[in-house]
Design a protein around this ligand. Structure first.
Ligand code: 26M
Length: 824
């Protein structure tokens, strides 16, 4: 008879290393004779994977039997980063592994670094989804993520002669963290036509016929919670050609090559992540990705619901689906199609279920990022869905007309269809109409969507449909994993690691703010983290930086609205000032290292120009003997999650300097402050709430306010402004060729001088430079600086993604945690 296998925690380092070695020798069939770090990583990962999978199965079983509401988080991006360190910490056995690896001759840090990042995301939106998965598992919510299994994640960035070059990120060579489920497949239809007819009883039947079929295959990734046996599931869909008779016919009739071509065409659907962040380009393949993933996920969710044998009326009390931006909006249309066309529900009953099921999170107000799809494209690819969209729109507009008979203009503004040439489907409008709650991701942002882009919808549905859930980050990865020394120091003062599960517990740190030994340890940790980053910089860029200098860091996607150009112009301004200083004046200046990192979308020329300028400035400044240690400028290649884990703990100041009203929230601001760095920022996104929590003495705010932006932009357009004189000096230097060919940067400069300065760089420049001078002054008083850092960390409890997930669960999903039963 079969005996049940129960994995136990490793009882000793020796037991762990035996397991790792067993995997290397048997699972991987490798000889220990040439066991390198790659092999050590593989063995360690497989040994820890064994600790996860039975908890994972058990969690899924419990969730099935518990028969309570579940959450499905639909996101086209999950920026997970590495999994091994996280798994070791979550099961509480990293120290066992460290010792076991040391015994066989490896440093655990080197082994961890062998893992390829799972980089299935662009930036903030994708990393937020990953933090949410971590929180949902750690808080025991029955929750699944649904996404696409891209063969290529976000490209790898190389810097060649100061320019960004994109290299494909093929990450799947060895991925022990995914389990292919070749038995879990869904056939997904595209193209074809709609057939409508009456059945024997006179009922109208609508069928979507013809076209082509692509198969979705499930790949499951375990998502372990911290210090809990709950292990949730992330299901990623891969595409392949449907293995229908069709192929065999082709095959048998000798069309072997064309059948292989079909295969490849099907596989392109999940081949590559679109590398745009906050930009919609309306490509057909992207729409195919969206429908493929929505349809497969909904089929799966509906299949699971049907197994409960409940009535359809119960659907929304069993299922909550959260839409991560408008990318999964077709899920709304697809569920309506399933309920009406396939399950035979009446339109109104189905639509009720749909609205009660979905919630929509908006992540941007930038007009170029709001998704629209052309009606002809939609008609071609998804003919039945377009009909349903028109029907949804008809009922919606009739409702609006009844309630606002005097406002005829409103119909055109809120219509799902934009009456342009060609007509366009506005995805955000479907998402709002088809959801019961719409949320923004920080207070200012949630207010802005209510007063600007979605104003009419607030009138139509009332204010209660719109709410705010301020973003958060997981303290497990962004404190405990990234900054183990600080996490241990905090734990030693607070009596354990409880703060990792209730981050508000950090507030008790305030009573240690004057503790001499504690302060000393704190600053030694910051210094050690800066040394760690300095080593990364030395290895990657060949530049030696002084760890005692002020580290000033801006890492995020390169985008005009995030204003890396403001930062680099500020750096040039500082450089020019240093050049004019006397030796005595120079002695008084605090040495600085300006560190940049981030990817530009491949087609975004202005962003690429900014990267080029940063590198050109670095080349000049870093080799200028007059400057020495006073200023270094570094562009760190290929910023990603694992690099962020080194970078965030090493900052003194980080930059969150978007034009007010443009950054929905920002989440790296939270990561930096949680790691004991201060920030310079505009009154934008979550910076405002961070200020409220940590106190305005502990943050360096500058610049114009969101409410002033319209007027300032207007002034630029009508020439009613003067270019900032400091900025003008910077432009003179660039034009004079100080940083190489001035033509290379003319578009960047002219955008500000001649073309309206849309992001208000000139308006904020003086205030930005002054604030950096204040930072210099403040940094000279190391004692006061340290007090600010410690106080800020103590007050960061609010920004845990656990708080954020509890708010979603209560206000939007109406789900409860499912406390895990004992395994065994
Ligand atoms: C759209 C169409 C086609 C291809 C790609 C896209 C697309 C991809 C990513 C559009 C937007 C994308 O991400 C937007 C994003 O990351 N927004 C950020 O979300 C964070 C989490 O809420 C916020 O903290 C940031 O402020 C916000 O910019």
């Amino acid at each position: 008879a079969w005996k049940k296998f129960t994995p136990k925690p490793f009882t000793s380092p020796d037991e762990f290393s035996k397991e790792a070695v067993r995997h290397i020798e048997t699972t991987l069939a490798r000889s220990l004779f040439n066991c390198d770090e790659t092999a050590a990583y593989s063995g360690t990962a497989l040994a820890f994977r064994d600790r996860l999978v039975l908890d994972w199965n058990k969690t899924q079983q419990n969730q099935t039997f518990a028969d309570q509401k579940r959450v499905y988080y639909l996101s086209l991006e999950f920026l997970m980063g590495r999994a091994l360190d996280n798994a070791m910490l979550n099961v509480g056995q990293k120290e066992t592994a460290r010792q076991g690896l040391a015994d066989i001759g490896f440093r655990i840090e080197d082994v961890i670094q062998q893992e390829h990042d799972a980089a299935l995301g662009n930036g903030g939106l994708g990393r937020l989804a990953a933090c949410f998965l971590d929180s949902m598992a750690s808080l025991n919510y029955p929750a699944w993520g649904y996404g696409l299994r891209y063969r290529y994640g976000i490209f790898k960035q190389e810097i060649v002669d100061g320019y960004q070059v994109e290299v494909p990120d093929y990450w799947l060579d060895f991925n022990p963290w995914e389990f292919p489920r070749h038995d879990i497949t869904v056939d997904i239809q595209f193209y074809g036509h709609v057939n409508r007819f009456q059945d024997d009883t006179g009922k109208t039947i609508t069928q979507w016929e013809g076209g082509e079929i692509v198969q979705a295959v499930a790949y499951d990734v375990p998502v372990p919670g911290y210090d809990t046996p709950t292990c949730n599931n992330l299901r990623l869909w891969g595409s392949k050609a449907a293995s229908g008779e069709f192929d065999f016919q082709k095959f048998n009739s000798g069309e072997y090559e064309s059948s292989v071509a079909d295969q490849q065409r099907a596989e392109t659907i999940s081949a590559v992540l679109y590398p745009n962040d906050n930009l919609d380009r309306g490509k057909e393949l992207r729409l195919k990705q969206q429908y493929f993933w929505c349809a497969a996920s909904l089929y799966d969710i509906v299949r699971r619901f049907k197994k409960t044998k409940r009535a359809w009326a119960d659907f929304s009390s069993q299922v909550a689906i959260q839409l991560n931006d408008t990318h999964p909006t077709l899920a709304i249309v697809e569920l309506q199609r399933i309920l009406v066309d396939q399950e035979g529900l009446e339109w109104d009953e189905a639509w009720n279920i749909v609205q009660n099921t979905f919630g929509y999170t908006n992540h941007t107000v930038l007009p170029e990022a709001l998704e629209k799809w052309s009606v002809p494209l939609m008609q071609h690819l998804l003919p039945r869905h377009l009909q349903i969209i028109y029907e949804i729109n008809l009922f919606f507009l009739q409702y609006v007309e009844r309630n606002f008979p005097k406002d005829r203009e409103m119909l055109g503004r809120v219509s799902i269809i934009e009456e342009s040439q060609p007509k366009m489907v506005r995805m955000a409008h479907i998402a709002i109409v088809g959801s019961h709650k719409v949320n923004g991701v920080a207070e200012l942002h949630s207010d802005l969507i209510k007063t600007t882009i979605f104003k009419d919808f607030v009138k139509i549905y009332g204010p209660d449909k719109f709410t705010n859930v301020t973003n958060g980050i997981t303290p497990r990865r962004w404190l405990h994993q990234a900054n183990p020394k600080l996490s241990e120091l905090i734990a030693s003062k607070l009596g354990g690691h409880g703060f990792l599960k209730d981050l508000t517990g950090l507030h008790k740190l305030e009573s240690f703010v004057d503790d001499k030994d504690f302060r000393k340890e704190w600053s030694e940790i910051k210094y050690a983290n800066k040394v760690r980053l300095a080593k990364l910089i030395k290895d990657a860029n060949g530049v030696t930086v002084n760890p005692a200098a002020l580290f000033d860091i801006q890492v995020k996607r390169i985008h005009e609205y995030k204003r890396q150009q403001l930062n680099i112009f500020g750096v040039i301004h500082r450089y020019l000032a240093i050049k004019e200083m006397s030796p005595e004046e120079r002695k008084k200046l605090a040495p600085r290292v300006s560190i940049f990192g981030g990817k530009a979308a491949p087609g975004y020329w202005m962003a690429k120009t900014v990267i080029h300028l940063i590198n050109q400035v670095g080349k000049v400044v870093n080799n200028d003997k007059d400057v020495g240690d006073l200023l270094k400028v570094i562009f760190l290649e290929d910023y990603n999650v694992s690099k962020a884990e080194i970078i965030c703990p090493a900052s003194d100041i980080s930059e969150h300097i978007s034009t007010a009203g443009t950054e929905a929230s920002g989440t790296s601001n939270m990561k930096f402050v949680l790691n004991g760095g201060l920030i310079i920022g505009t009154c934008d996104g979550a910076n405002i709430e961070i200020t409220r929590e940590i106190g305005e003495n502990n943050i360096f705010l500058f610049g114009n306010l969101a409410e002033d932006v319209d007027e300032l932009r207007h002034a630029h357009l009508y020439g009613e402004y003067t270019l900032d004189s400091g900025l003008n000096k910077v432009f003179e230097a660039i034009r004079g060729g100080m940083f190489g060919d001035a033509n290379a940067f003319s578009a960047l400069v002219n955008g500000i001088v001649d073309h309206g300065d849309y992001y208000l760089v000139s308006d904020d420049f003086a205030s930005y430079c002054q604030t950096h001078d204040l930072i210099d002054e403040a940094y000279k008083n190391q004692e006061e600086w340290l007090t600010k850092c410690i106080t800020s960390v103590a007050r960061m409890g609010f920004f845990s993604s656990d708080r954020c997930i509890d708010e979603y669960a209560e206000m939007i999903w109406n789900v409860e945690p499912l406390v895990p039963k004992e395994n065994g």
